[in-house]
Write a protein that binds this ligand. Sequence first.
Ligand code: CTP
Ligand code: MG
Length: 230
Amino acid sequence: MTNSTKFWAVVPAAGIGKRMNADRPKQYLELAGKTVLEQTLLRLLQAAVFETIAVAISKEDPYWPELEITRHEKILIADGGKERSNSVLSALKAIRDRASDNDWVLVHDAARPCITPADIHHLINNLLNDDVGGILALSSHDTLKNVQDGSILGTLNRIHIWRALTPQMFRYGMLKNALEAAEGNPAVTDEASALELKGLQPKIVEGRPDNIKITRPEDLALAQFYMEQQ
Ligand code: CTP
Ligand code: MG
């Protein structure tokens, strides 16, 4: 790494939170006195490594302009897209005049407010000299079954199975190319999968189990509990 290599954060926050089944997108639900999105952005700001945090927001989003954090000097807004990968690509394009191909980008879900600055540094320190980059991930504690039509076909070897979390950390140029090449491919549900389609092999770095993604209603109380414990 040269001293001029910069770090950028991208936060996809343009989803509707269908599985949460709430009166507004889940990133605007209240968590420990702020919105989920503000808690997430504050954690990224606390890491104190990013030039800018580019946040993808839906064009029809009436909640974002109400937040004080919109005016923070490190925060830049981009238009959200149809799928998460479209939102990420849009945010990458919003920093294209300032980011170099070799800079690192950390993409982090708006819906993961329990990320710790220490875990962000753990990811960076492990991947800084890597050619491809990688992701925070967790091993599975449960035995995993391959199931079809309600019947078990077999048991997966847990050693080979990891759960993908965020942040996911890649070089700006490589990530943008991979997402552009994969546009419209429904199999691309995270950044790593776009690089995998290019034949690359991103690394995994073991993350903290409290870095949950708020997905269903019961997750909000769990996130609150984790935040209090941290
Ligand atoms: N996201 C996005 N643009 C989209 C879809 C999702 O920026 N078109 C963001 C979400 O806001 C979230 C992250 O991607 O921060 C992870 O996606 P997910 O947990 O699936 O959120 P939603 O798509 O909002 O939830 P659901 O799938 O339940 O509708
Ligand atoms: Mg979704």
